[in-house]
Design a binder for this molecule. Structure first.
Ligand code: NAD
Length: 308
């Protein structure tokens, strides 16, 4: 099998590329990335051909997809705050980019397309756990682009019989996730603070909950989806119905680090949802063999990577 990963120089993409290049049933991995947020360092030692450029470029897409079987579309500007000050670029990269990828997949012979959406599409919906059939209430331009991503996949499935799988990622964490930018996710931010002798900043009172998924679980699941050519016309949550409060996360991190994590409280950030938890029934039905890596194990791997 020959696979293209868009956004392959990013956090999830480079972990996926590493997993696929080591898999006996994957013959070739190609990466498309324009390094908007990804880095060349993430590609060090990877046996994958790089097509450097923008997913909005049809000629680049045609050459990268030529002779391949599937596309895992992860390229995006993934930040909610960035989408608030730069909605147009976010729309171009995420929504137009997805449309171009789907058109290219069609031109290349109706390739299997797996794409990343986000739990942000649920927005302020208070229901828990979040079932895929709940109404979506996007609260940021970023969330709108992810809703567009999954809606385009559904439409291309119905209009052109394109084999698609839109996945709604929740909070993914693990090695390779950056801590060095202002909108870094909580786990790399806290690990980075702890390793540098700083307190971990908690926005709000820390009782808010998240459904964390280790990046290794995500790559195992996408590999399984590629090899069994899993198709689902509508979105599938990618998280396992776990609910960890930030205070609990701090305790777990403290136990991995061997010392309690000092916390510093700041006011809650506007737009932060209080609780997030996936209904994972659809995911578990489609991927019965995939079991999630426990939080403590994932944190051990992540701390080890940051410590290097
Ligand atoms: P990331 O920023 O590390 O990776 C995104 C990659 O896409 C980067 O390498 C970037 O350079 C590339 N890219 C951006 N715009 C591009 C363009 N126009 N053309 C080509 N390449 C481009 O982010 P990530 O955390 O690895 O996220 C991967 C995907 O998963 C994204 O679509 C994101 O929206 C989605 N997602 C991630 C999470 C999470 O917890 N990390 C949660 C929900 C959804």
């Amino acid at each position: 099998m020959h696979v293209v990963i868009t956004g392959g120089a990013g956090f999830i993409g480079s972990n996926l590329a590493r997993a696929l290049t080591q898999h006996p049933d994957i013959a070739e991995v190609r990466i498309i990335d324009n390094f908007a947020t990804g880095t060349k360092d993430n590609l060090t030692g990877l046996d994958a051909q790089l097509f450097e450029g923008d997913v909005q470029d049809p000629a680049l897409l045609d050459s990268a997809l030529d002779g391949t079987d599937a596309v895992v579309h992860l390229a995006a500007l993934p930040s909610v705050p960035r989408s608030l000050w730069d909605p147009i670029s976010t729309h171009h990269a995420n929504a137009t980019g997805t449309l171009q990828v789907l058109e290219a997949a069609r031109r290349a012979g109706n390739l299997h397309v797996i794409a990343a959406s986000s739990s942000s599409v649920y927005g302020a919906t208070p229901a828990l756990p979040k079932h895929e059939d709940l109404p979506t209430v996007p609260m940021s331009p970023y969330a709108v682009t992810k809703l567009a991503t999954e809606a385009y996949l559904t439409a291309y499935h119905h209009s052109f019989d394109l084999p698609v799988l839109p996945l709604r990622f929740f909070n993914v964490y693990g090695p390779g996730q950056r801590a060095d930018h202002p909108y870094a996710a909580v786990i790399p931010r806290w690990i980075h603070a702890a390793l540098n002798g700083h307190p971990a900043t908690v926005y709000g009172d820390g009782t808010q909950t998240r459904d964390f998924t280790y990046v290794g679980t995500v790559t195992t699941l996408i590999t399984d989806a590629l090899l069994r050519r899993i198709v689902h016309p509508t979105p599938v949550n990618l998280a396992f119905c776990t609910r960890t409060s930030l205070l609990n996360l701090a305790e777990e991190l403290g136990s991995v680090l061997g010392t309690p994590l000092p916390l510093q409280y700041e006011p809650g950030r506007p737009g932060d949802v209080p609780h997030s938890q996936a209904d994972s029934a659809r995911l578990r039905a489609l991927f019965p063999a995939v079991t999630p890596t426990p939080l403590l194990r994932g944190l051990l791997e992540t701390v080890a990577w940051h410590a290097q």
